[in-house]
Design a binder for this molecule. Sequence first.
Ligand SMILES: [Mg+2]
Length: 232
Amino acid sequence: MKTLDLVIFDLDGTLCPSDERLNRPYPEAAVRVLERRMGWSRQKAQQVFSDKHRELREQVGGKITNTRVLLQFFEEVSFQEYEQEVNRLLPVEQVLRPLALVVDAVSLVCGAYPTFLFTTNNEGATDRILRAIGLWSFFPPDRRFTVSHAGRLPLPRQEQLEHVKPSVKGFVRILETTGAGARQTLMVGDSETSDIRPAASLGMLTFKVSRVEDVGLLPAWLGLQGLSPAPA
Ligand SMILES: [Mg+2]
């Protein structure tokens, strides 16, 4: 079994499958908030938002979340306003179910190591998603760092955003909170840009998943086969 201080998991696309019904609400909520906050037409809000999305995507050299784009370029929009709009539109409970393969794997990993959840999703959505996929008890509120947590840091807006992936300060904060060493920490995520590259830049080990079923390979990779899962 590998010796590690900590295993950090991404949420969307890692522990829960990517689904169009769950992806669509993020850009849609961004456009609605921009219409309201800036007094723009829907068409203008869509145009400006997609231009800014492309701009940031080119800047970071990879896929970027709608959440990061909106909060970075539109200081008029608060973290909470976007969170509320997203959560009104998000059909979590209609779409997501627990996947036994993932629950069993996470249970084994959580039984063997301290774990943490690091996501660009907001606090409310994270809570609903964790319940729907049967992983809530493995990532209780004090083991999560969401975009909402970044938004509550007593820092100027741009520094708060440095705690949102793909920036590295959120990773550093989790290491500090848990007392884990970067080289003894594993990051598990689906995004090269948001999870793998920043974690590797800090010296962390990384485990990239292309689809949630890959999480099922993690216990064997860690040398955990034959251990009993932690109680849910
Ligand atoms: Mg992800």
